[in-house]
Design a protein around this ligand. Sequence first.
Ligand SMILES: Nc1ncnc2c1ncn2[C@@H]1O[C@H](COP(=O)(O)OP(=O)(O)OP(=O)(O)O)[C@@H](O)[C@H]1O
Ligand SMILES: [Mg+2]
Length: 312
Amino acid sequence: MLLEVRNLSKVYKKGSRQVKANSNITFSIDQGDVLGILGPNGAGKTTLIKQIATLLIPDQGDILYRGVSLVKKPEIIRGRFSFLLEGMQNVYHYLTGEANVLYFAYLNHVPFSAAKSRCEELLKKLNLYNVKDQYVFTYSAGMKKKLAIATCLINDPEVVFLDEPLSGLDVIAAAELTESIKSWVSDKGKTVIVASHRMDFVERVTNRVLWLKEGTVVLEGKTEDLKNLSKEEEYILYLRNSAEAREKLCKLNLQFEVLSDVTLKTTLCLGQKELFYSVFSDPDFEVLNLEKKSPDFEAIFRRLYGEHSEGN
Ligand SMILES: Nc1ncnc2c1ncn2[C@@H]1O[C@H](COP(=O)(O)OP(=O)(O)OP(=O)(O)O)[C@@H](O)[C@H]1O
Ligand SMILES: [Mg+2]
């Protein structure tokens, strides 16, 4: 076991106000895992990452890295873990891009020649090589984010924590980062912990997920298994467009889309047996096609947090 998080709890205190940021969080990950930490705003994702980063001391609980307590020995992770933290500057504005990366290499005792070639490789991969000599205050938000990712990777850490790595990245940069993480994990056996609101990214890059809600774990498991939680299977039904079909869909309270003069589209859950029966047995419905809807992480997210978002 690479990391074991045991009963972590944290209450932020501001004067008389107390915010329970997380409570009794327990999970573990192995080397080579890519864990996605999910949850709505304020669920406690960043707090959890900061606790594992040893930047926040937990009120209760511990984190074990290869069996060693990080509460007792926080120094053991220095140089082994890298963090891209949310809302932090992460990079120095009055240094050039290249100088930033080399400075982080120096802090992590990477020999200069190795740092130089690795820096070049990273900056090229992240499309920052042509701006490497510019001061970082001239960079756009996405460029700063990519540079921060380069500073995280320069010392070839064992575990990388990425808090919202895609925010500010353009579509191509986001896709490239997704691929880089995947190859970095599969080629080098590295471990990644990533908090993100981008469900497509989480689905593509993680093999485990931890879903938080109001500071507690609501679901934890393999990404693959959780995809199957995508409620009862849903089917998309394409029906011949006719006045009768439209009228009956309305009567059955089934929402539909008019795709063309010929086709209507509606969705049915496998659990809705009676509706399936009504549609398939009624001569006013001519089924043109039936497609199984692929499991949808975003749908699971909405279901898990539905009440939460409505409450806010
Ligand atoms: N420094 C702080 N002082 C007081 N309360 C805080 C502090 N940081 C976070 N909180 C509170 O702790 C809870 C968890 O916050 P956290 O930043 O961990 O959430 P998050 O899941 O990362 O949210 P987001 O998706 O918005 O990044 C929230 O209620 C937040 O208001
Ligand atoms: Mg956060």
